[in-house]
Design a protein around this ligand. Structure first.
Ligand code: BGC
Length: 447
């Protein structure tokens, strides 16, 4: 059987995308709260209220149970817990996450915590953010607060969600908050501080967790699929997948994963940027590359479908299936990414996100008939099952548990298994959620 008996079937969401309550119960501001509303987001939408999960947490967990989730991956809003980013703890904010963990566990749902999913405290941004050499210590302090409060019940920890976006899309391309365009040397310095932050956070979790912790990062996979099944084609696609070069180097997987899992920068980065790449001491390298327990990754589509200037990439063809964000639908990503990741990093893989966005609406019968999401997930899970026959896979988190704020795209496209009417906050379980329940209940045996 492809999926192990203890396979973690779940779904995911992130604090700023679902919580709302942006200025309640002592929460501090984050960079999205402050900068998003000034013309950067479609229709000037914000996450200020969003799905209002902060106030509807119990109702949402009850829905998660109803659709059969075994696991829920959520992120913590740093500024909700530490309003100034460091120092003073906001006990009410921390209690929200502690209550969420309790609620999940009492409903038989395993909590998976992402420490940072892009909503960086504004107070720290004002102090230079990731450019400040103290930034890794700030992250370690924040991690310690979470570990002390939650690790008696939480086993699974992910330090950064898609560090590629947290750095590249936010500070290089200027498309996500705080919408900056920094130079490559600055990006390299910030990236180094983030790698150190990861390492220090792992050390804190290992030292202070009240139970055996399972730790990873969660970068996205941009995987090339081989042109045919020859060994040469498979090796070529592998090399392309892990190449780290060009102005967008920090969007590559290996920029993050080689240091963390292999203990060095990718050679292609060193060849290109030479002395501009910040050095680490041996002790820092040891911390950055301290052993992790699995390789978490978000998988949406294969690389090579879009070129940098927004024109068709070599794999794209006219009429190529794509979602509402124009992302190609390429289920093979779900086979090749785990296979290549295991080949390089030799750790079990967890799919920390995968899903499909469309312009869902409520049909005349009051239901949401999202057949395309069912077909999408079916195709991707079939490929995952193929991969699971060859490499160890720990779990699959569908993105997303409910409709939410899709960053620069606002609320136009919907990723959820559960539909949210943003005017009334009513939730409707979509057909895809019932379909997914059957998959989870049968451990994927009918795929
Ligand atoms: C992110 C999510 C996002 C999703 C769909 C990932 O890039 O982690 O926050 O909503 O993909 O774009």
């Amino acid at each position: 059987m492809a999926f192990s008996n203890d396979f973690l079937w779940g779904a995911a969401a992130a604090s700023y995308q679902v919580e709302g309550a942006w200025n309640e119960d002592g929460k501090g501001l984050n960079i999205w709260d402050v900068t998003a509303k000034y013309g950067h987001i479609r229709y000037n939408e914000t996450g200020e209220v969003s799905a209002d999960h902060y106030h509807r947490m119990k109702e949402d967990v009850a829905l998660m149970k109803k659709i059969g989730l075994r696991a829920y991956r959520f992120s913590v809003s740093w500024a909700r817990v530490l309003p100034e980013g460091t120092g003073r703890i906001n006990e009410k904010g921390l209690k929200f996450y502690s209550d969420l963990v309790d609620e999940l566990i009492s409903n038989g749902i395993e909590p998976l915590v992402t420490i940072f999913h892009w909503d960086y405290p504004y107070a720290l941004e004002c102090r230079g953010g990731w450019k400040n050499e103290e930034s890794s210590d700030w992250f370690a302090e924040y991690t310690g607060v979470l570990v002390d409060a939650l690790s008696d019940r939480v086993k699974y920890w992910m330090t950064f969600n898609e560090p590629q976006c947290a750095l590249g899309i936010s500070y290089q391309l200027g498309v996500f908050a705080p919408f900056q365009k920094c130079s490559p040397p600055e990006i390299l310095q910030m990236g180094a501080n983030m790698l150190l932050a990861h390492g220090k956070a792992v050390k804190v979790i290992r030292e202070r967790s009240k139970q055996r912790a399972y730790i990873s990062m969660a970068p996205y996979s941009s995987v090339f699929k081989p042109e045919n099944d020859s060994k040469e084609a498979i090796d070529k696609a592998y090399d392309d997948t892990f190449r780290c070069s060009g102005a967008n180097f920090c969007l590559s997987m290996s920029y993050w994963s080689d240091p963390i899992y292999l203990g060095h920068y990718p050679q292609s980065l060193l060849d290109e940027f030479g002395d501009l790449v910040p050095e680490f001491t041996d002790e820092q390298w040891k911390m950055i590359s301290a052993p992790l327990d699995f390789y978490g990754t978000n998988i949406y589509y294969c690389a090579g479908y879009e070129s940098k200037d927004g024109t068709y990439g070599s794999n794209r063809y006219m009429g190529c299936p794509h979602n509402a964000l124009n992302w190609p639908i390429t289920p093979e990503a779900m086979y090749w990414a785990p296979v290549y990741l295991y080949r390089r990093y030799k750790l079990p893989v967890m799919i920390t996100e995968n899903g499909m966005t469309e312009h869902d609406w409520v049909c005349l019968d009051g239901k949401v008939h999202d057949t395309y999401r069912i077909d999408f997930t079916h195709r991707y899970l079939k490929e995952l099952s193929r991969a699971a026959d060859e490499v160890p896979i720990l779990g699959y988190m569908h993105w997303s548990v409910m409709d939410n704020f899709e960053w620069a795209e606002g609320y136009d496209e919907r990723f959820g298994l559960i539909y949210v009417d943003y005017r009334t906050k009513e939730r409707i379980i979509k057909d895809s959620a019932w379909w997914y329940k059957e998959v989870m209940d049968t451990n994927g045996s009918g795929l």
